[in-house]
Design a protein around this ligand. Structure first.
Ligand code: EPU
Length: 332
């Protein structure tokens, strides 16, 4: 179904309208409507990782509304579940936890939808979407052919995938196939999850703990506008890390691929004294400095100026350049 001049949902709470908004409930509907859709094209999910720097998107904004979840295979050890790209991510997690399927629980309460989760490789508390993704079903919008990508073809990295930029953007995600364990496998490596008492360990207990941890640190999109972490955690060389650690021995750090070291952007922003800092209606969240928020009536210009100031302050102090995790939409 095509709508005209429709507001685009976004958790930052910024004003954004699509000249044409194509919401499709099936592959057939997408195939039928796509030849009529004016370009440029933008595919959105729940709008939880987007910053609209333009108030109006010309061309067509697509939204996948395919929201079925079904078991397609099962053996003694695992279950294979297919979810439409439009399924609300946390509904999917709750569905898995409720049925005793292991693997998605650490990703509880992340805003957004299944399709975007597979683009962004969402992650939290030691887990990433790619850990449970088996394959991604897409429509190649150039050839109008369906194409299935196995996990190893999706080029997953930290908050990134083949689908996120460049050539990959022409593949619209229809549905995602997940592989979940029927045998108890927990990932409790992250700080607060270690506190769950052994005797009460269960899928539901992990989900509850994750939800409590998120609620304590991250703004609920229905109350305070934000797009979650605004920046990615930067990855630096070991020598750069050692140089920084000499001056900041308490700096949080995590091993990354190829002997690199991942630093904590939130900690660095906090150490610059920016927690709670405001610029117009935009601000650095006072419980988690990695999150930029809309304290009410913020404009995209204010959020972008604030982001630029944060980047500059962190660069001056630590010599590390932060990069946004949030996708900035400039289509005008
Ligand atoms: N920290 C501070 N001050 C702050 C924020 C963080 O000192 O204001 C310190 C914390 O004490 C901790 C470290 O920095 O030692 C890391 O903080 P946290 O555990 O909150 O996680 P993060 O690295 O800031 C990442 C993800 C989050 C995810 C959490 C938990 C990214 C960009 N962000 O944040 O994901 O929920 O880990 O796993 O990787 C998102 O992507 O939108 C998101 C919220």
């Amino acid at each position: 179904m095509i709508y005209h001049d429709r507001r685009i949902e976004n958790t930052f709470g910024l004003e954004a309208v699509a000249a044409n908004y194509l919401e499709y409930c099936s592959e057939d509907e997408l195939l039928r409507e796509i030849p009529l859709a004016p370009k440029p094209w933008l595919h959105v999910g729940g709008g939880s990782n987007l910053l609209f720097a333009t108030k109006r998107c010309e061309g067509t904004v697509f939204h996948n509304a395919m929201n079925a979840v079904e078991v397609i295979r099962r053996d003694e050890e695992s279950v294979t579940v297919k979810a439409g790209g439009g399924v609300v991510w946390d509904f999917f997690v709750q569905w898995c936890v409720g049925r005793g399927y292991y693997g998605a629980e650490n990703l509880s309460l992340i805003p957004g939808e299944v399709g975007a989760a597979a683009v962004q490789n969402i992650g939290a508390y030691g887990a990433e979407a790619k850990d449970i993704i088996e394959s991604v079903e897409t429509l190649d919008t150039e050839t109008l052919q369906k194409r299935v990508f196995r996990r190893d073809e999706c080029r997953y990295g930290y908050r990134s995938s083949f689908f996120k930029g460049g050539e990959g953007r022409r593949f619209f995600i229809l549905s995602v196939v997940f592989s979940l364990s029927l045998k108890p496998v927990y990932n409790l490596s992250y700080g607060s999850l270690k506190d769950i008492p052994h005797q009460s360990l269960s899928l539901a207990a992990v989900r509850e703990k994750v939800i409590a941890t998120r609620e304590a640190k991250l703004p609920a999109p229905e109350h305070i506008g934000s797009a979650g972490s605004f920046f990615m955690n930067p990855v630096v060389s070991r020598s750069k890390f050692e140089e920084l650690a000499a001056g900041y021995p308490d700096m949080p750090h995590y091993p990354a691929a190829g002997d690199m070291v991942k630093l904590s952007a939130g900690w660095m922003i906090d150490r610059c004294g920016l927690k709670g800092y405001r610029l117009g209606g935009a601000g650095v969240y006072d419980k988690q400095a990695l999150v930029l928020v809309n304290n009410g009536g913020a404009t995209a210009e204010e959020v972008l100026s604030l982001a630029a100031e944060v980047i500059e302050r962190v660069k001056d102090r630590f010599g590390v350049e932060l990069r946004p995790e949030v996708q900035i939409i400039k289509n005008g």
